[in-house]
Design a protein around this ligand. Structure first.
Ligand code: IPM
Ligand code: MN
Length: 378
């Protein structure tokens, strides 16, 4: 009998969101029994699906279900069918409203390039192999939410957005980054545009103070965002934790996604409130929806982050092992072209990862590492 039950609000959203989160749920189910917990999964519409079902991108019932769940597993939102709706009704605004409602101010986006994947990268193996960084992106403030905002005028139109951060918003996200650095390599790179923007000057001052007063053990470096973009491509291994605001974090995380060779590999967790939100970094990719080409790994690794939040460390480790075992064994989806790899569909990949993860949950790896893939190949 399983003792622990977790209520998961499942928001597949649009495009490939459904197919990739279906595989994440499959893998979660596969490890649940061995790890001794149960999932209670309820589906709710969001994004374009929310518009179709209830006329808004974040229906009240969806919001309420998320607020009372143990965690939210989110797919992706958006697509050509809803491109012409008013700005406040765009599918993306459903996601932004949900982040705000959950108080999910801390967006964690880990980027790791294993030796097995280094050849899938557009960068040279010797530049990317061994990259292991964590982007800590502020998620509920900055220019995404600042007011005034809007487009006005008729003949000569004007548009305005406002980048704004209060000190307390900077302090709390800085603490998240420093705490992660304590668990990792002890190094934080804070990214801003302090040579031009007042918001960034305050950001830099506050981050420096938090480090000096609370985290003297952590090495802090500041980079302007343009330089950070260049360094991320030039020498990704020089980064440990990257701390930045909402807009810069959005841009840099897609850039960092090219390091392992595919956006289809990057998971995220958005934390800060009682309920965490777990979603792949990639979008809804309407052009490949339903073709079996989508890579479910980002969604599956997001599910591993969800397990971390629940304290289900053995299960989280099994899920991550499942993903790396599939990669090491040479399996790939359409986005991950490597020489001699075996092409799998979204569903086949989910099945394969679930099989590996189940084996590990039932046969814990040796203390000195995970068992050989060849031994475990189902
Ligand atoms: C992301 C996405 C979202 C963002 C969009 C869909 C609103 O690009 O999570 O990176 O800009 O935050
Ligand atoms: Mn983005």
């Amino acid at each position: 009998m399983a003792e622990r039950t977790y209520d998961i609000a499942w928001l597949p959203g649009d495009g490939i969101g459904r197919e990739v989160t279906e595989q994440a749920l499959r893998v979660l189910e596969a490890v649940a029994q061995g790890a001794g917990f149960r999932l209670d999964v309820e589906e709710h519409p969001v994004g374009g699906a929310g518009l179709d079902a209830a006329g808004v991108p974040l229906p009240d019932a969806t919001r309420a279900a998320c607020m009372s769940a143990a965690a939210v597993l989110f797919g992706a939102v958006g697509g050509p069918a809803w491109d012409d709706v008013a700005a406040e009704l765009r599918p993306e605004s459903g996601l932004l409203q949900l982040r705000k409602a959950l108080g999910a101010f801390a967006n964690l986006r880990p980027v790791a390039v294993s030796a097995a994947l280094a050849d899938a990268s557009p960068l040279r193996r010797e530049v990317v192999a061994g990259t292991d960084l964590l982007i800590v992106r502020e998620l509920t403030g900055g220019i995404y939410f600042g007011t005034p905002r809007g487009i006005s005028g008729e003949v000569q139109r004007t548009a305005v957005n406002t980048m704004v951060y209060d000190e307390h918003e900077i302090v709390r996200i800085a603490r998240v980054a420093f705490r992660w650095a304590q668990q990792r390599q002890g190094h934080v790179t804070s990214v801003d545009k302090a040579n031009v923007l007042e918001v960034s000057r305050l950001w830099r001052e506050v981050v420096t103070e938090v480090q000096r007063e609370e985290f003297p053990d952590i090495a802090l470096q500041h980079l302007y965002v343009d330089n950070a973009a260049m360094q991320l491509v030039r020498d990704p291994r020089s980064f440990d934790v990257v701390l930045t605001g909402n807009l810069f974090g959005d841009v840099l995380s897609d850039l960092a996604a090219t390091l392992p060779g595919s956006l289809g590999l990057l998971p995220s967790a958005s934390l800060g409130g009682r309920v965490g939100l777990f979603e792949p970094v990639h979008g809804s990719a309407p052009d490949i929806a339903g073709t079996g080409k989508a890579n479910p790994m980002a969604a599956i690794l997001s599910a591993a982050m969800l397990l971390d939040e629940f304290g289900e460390t053995a299960a989280a480790r099994a899920v991550r092992y499942g993903v790396s075992a599939a990669i090491q064994a040479g399996y790939g989806t359409a986005d991950l072209r490597r020489d001699g790899h075996t092409l799998l569909s979204t569903e086949e990949m989910g099945e394969r990862i679930a099989a590996y993860a189940t084996l590990v949950i039932h046969h814990p790896p040796m203390p000195n590492g995970v068992p050989e893939v060849a031994v475990l190949d189902p």
